[in-house]
Write a protein of this length. Sequence first.
Length: 396
Amino acid sequence: MPQFHPDHPRTGPATEYRDRLTAGPLRGRGAGLNPGNRFETVRLHIMGEHLDERAIEAPTGVQIPTQVFDDDSRTIINHFDSPDLHMKWSVNPYRGCEHGCIYCFARPGHEFFGLSLGVDFETRIYVKRRAAELLRRELDHPRWAGQPLSMSNVTDCYQPIERELKITRACLQVMADRRQPVGIITKNSLVTRDIDLLRELARHDAAHVAVSITTLDNALAVKMEPRASSPRDRLETVRKLSESGIPVAVMVAPIIPGLTDHEIPGILEAASKAGARTAGYVMLRLPHQIKDLFIEWLGRHFPDRAARVESLVREMHGGELYNAQWHTRMTGVGPYAEQINSTFALFSKRFGLDRKVRPLSSTSFIHGSSSGQGMLYSQIPEAGSAGDADQPSLLD
């Protein structure tokens, strides 16, 4: 069995949450830590003998298999109230994500299950097997009028396990039947499997897809987003969606200052050539203990640039690693943030990606004939409440 280092040095701003690392790398995972849950006064740090039991030795490192758990949520449409986002409703078929992106802002959601936002987030996936059934019921509610849905606002609805479970496809089938408008953001080429349904929705201005492209450097992508599609495959995804008549955008998200910001022109040019209609960006966000995960990851993979990257991140957040203030949390503040914004605007215009995309339309929405005893607006928790781990405001 792999050996663990009980005296691994602690680095980063929140050392009380540090955990032990394996003697070898975790194969195919982004996080190298499994910090204790921030909601617990007594923290059980679970990298060690417990993970020894789960781990499988492999020639290229230690492998921890993915575990799947049923999520028995009774509703599927979530309401959120963020002035930074255009949509107000989302559908999230999964909690946790095998992609393992080290920067993922959704990681803290796993702490509502009493788990860690580190390795647990990537290896313990909760699936909503009844998602399509719940969605159909809630779309049939008398008070639902086809408001645009975001899929997914938290974890990727096309993460690897979707290939087998097809929960996202089942939900899209319901949306296609109802002509329910939906916007999808993903970094997995699996979305092209559902072009037939997306094309049908797009005929009614009821679908658009955003493909997240963080880097064109495959070696960096493997370290940063270990189980997501390669940059080349994501650009091919943009091409296939565009050729199918589905409005497609590219999200350069997140931009990591000192690590990926120099790629902005190249990503935008490649996206434009692939057929993207527009582009957007989000700066690196490190809420809660993601700071620990990211700083440790940075030092492990890029020790020569770690100090510079951390300094730039702090510069854009008033000296902190993160500031959750509305309107600036996704862009940062200060001269460096302004420089990135100007660079993005310049090259978006140069490559024709500054065009406005026609908004999603609810005009063709078809209301079902059932009694619709699903979601009630009064049952949706207020933004910031602890009633639903899917709420983006809980992760900031």
